[in-house]
Design a protein around this ligand. Structure first.
Ligand code: BES
Ligand code: MN
Ligand code: MN
Length: 455
């Protein structure tokens, strides 16, 4: 083990350089203009997997972006098999002007690497690949059998991965699935994640008159779609922060007294949280604390809203259309398709009769809670404790990784969510970064994980 740690330490500079190459590729999965870059990124992952000594490295086309697969299966039939999953695609970069440095020109400042994808998820994927390389370069073998699956559509809901899992279930069969795409509770407070929220992502368009109108000539008699959209959105939640869609909470599993006691044990400082975000106070559902509200309770958020004139200055116009993108974070046992239907029915019910609305379901994913007593989770807890010098907490998180539940259901394999990110590292926003000491300790923790799994 100390061999491994020394080896990793001697490679810090090289690893950082290689990670920056990975981060330079603008693999934005949602942007059709970046399709070529996304493919180039998959090819980069393929080349790197070959480089570090993985075998049977393949790129699988899908209806969308390709999946990369690799393996190293020489630990013997009795050794467990781990499937590592991550994603090489990233979120869009806008608003671009808020970045200190361009998002695809990675820069290092104050011990952090800044770039789109630094922590979500290229940095963490790379950390995992380096942990495999460290074993292969120091011992010429891995302690367990390892399969690697790195996809390019996580940020758009992993729309084609379910079919890939079903068709290739044999190839992907594993005893444990390892994912590094979550955050630790806080810096120097290591944790493992055992729950993620699901998601139903909707878009709605309100249509009024057949064209944009002069707001003085027509305003007053013709319904304004932007006003109508705002009133629909305002009605989706009440004064207690509850979502008003009928049946929305029907399948929500209540938090048990034990779970709430566990939440209360976590070292959380509400005032510091508000200060870091520069908000006067927290918001949300009455009767729950901030950690519960951001991980174990469902939510509804507008992600974007547009219509009419949004340029500088003033233009008097009554727009013909207005739209919004709305996501709902779901918790066990809510079902995204069921929630999407309830959303649509409710929006139609509350929309003013003077406009028409169109609602589309863009994508969804089921919430997941993973077993906390699996061999994998126990091994990860020990590995994190050694690498970070502290006993990790077990936490649930508010983000979503749509494929987690399907790993459990299709491959029948327990999932370990061992992430090294921090929720303050601006994932999905300008100046995304990854703290390098956590990146390096993450390589050590992951390398140890494979050894701990044999104990
Ligand atoms: N890595 C995140 C999910 C995440 C973030 C989990 C922080 C825990 C803590 C993932 O890449 C992500 O952003 N997922 C999307 C899923 C969506 C597009 C279906 C999300 O949560 O918005
Ligand atoms: Mn991610
Ligand atoms: Mn993400």
């Amino acid at each position: 083990m100390s061999n491994l740690v020394q080896f990793i330490e001697s490679k810090h500079a090289l690893y950082l350089e290689q990670l920056q190459d990975f981060l330079r590729i603008p693999s934005i999965s949602t942007d059709p203009e970046r399709k070529g870059d996304v493919l180039r990124c998959a090819e980069w992952v393929v080349a790197h997997c070959k480089d570090i000594g993985l075998e049977n490295v393949q790129i699988f086309p899908t209806k969308g972006h390709p999946v990369v697969y690799a393996e190293h299966l020489h630990a013997g039939k009795d050794a467990p098999t781990v499937l590592f999953y991550g994603h090489y695609d990233v979120q869009p970069v806008d608003p671009l002007h808020l970045w200190t440095n361009p998002p695809f020109e990675p820069t290092v400042r104050d011990g952090k690497v800044y770039a789109r994808g630094a922590v979500d998820d290229k940095g963490q994927v790379f950390m995992q690949l380096k942990s495999l390389e460290a074993h292969l370069k120091t011992h010429g073998k891995l302690p367990v059998n390892v399969k690697v699956l790195i996809e390019g559509e996580e940020e758009i809901g992993s729309v084609n991965l379910e079919e890939f899992l079903r068709t290739n279930a044999r190839m992907l069969a594993a005893d444990t699935v390892l994912i590094s795409d979550t955050a630790m509770f806080a810096d120097e407070v290591p944790s493992l994640c055992y729950g993620l929220r699901g998601m139903a992502y909707m878009e709605m368009t309100v249509t009024g008159p057949n064209r944009d109108l002069h707001s003085g000539v027509f305003g007053g008699a013709v319904a304004n779609p932007a006003n109508a959209l705002a009133s629909i959105i305002a009605k989706l939640t009440d004064d207690y922060g509850r979502i008003t869609i009928p049946g929305f909470y029907d399948d929500v599993k209540a938090l048990s007294a034990e779970e709430r006691a566990e939440y209360a044990r976590l070292p959380f400082d509400e005032a510091a949280y508000c200060k870091e975000l520069n908000i006067p106070a927290t918001d949300g559902e009455f009767g729950y604390n901030t950690l519960e509200k951001t991980s174990a309770r469902p939510t509804l958020d507008v992600n974007g809203i547009w219509g009419g004139f949004t340029g500088e200055g003033a233009k008097t116009v009554l727009p013909g259309k207005a739209s919004a993108k709305v996501s709902m974070r779901l918790v066990p046992n809510q079902d995204p398709v069921d929630i999407a239907k309830k959303f649509e029915a409710h929006v139609r019910r509350i929309a003013p009769p003077t406009v028409t609305v169109e609602v589309t379901y863009l994508h969804g994913g089921k919430p997941a809670v993973t077993a906390i007593d699996s061999k994998g989770v126990k091994a990860a807890l020990r590995a994190m404790e050694t690498a970070f010098g502290k006993k990790p907490f077990l936490t649930r998180e508010g983000g979503s990784i749509p494929i987690v539940l399907l790993f459990q259901n299709i491959l029948n394999a327990p999932v370990v969510l061992m992430g090294m990110g921090l929720n303050t590292e601006n994932l999905h926003s300008p100046d995304e970064h990854f703290t390098l000491k956590n990146f390096y300790r993450g390589i050590v923790a992951s390398a140890l994980f494979y050894e701990e799994l044999l104990k």
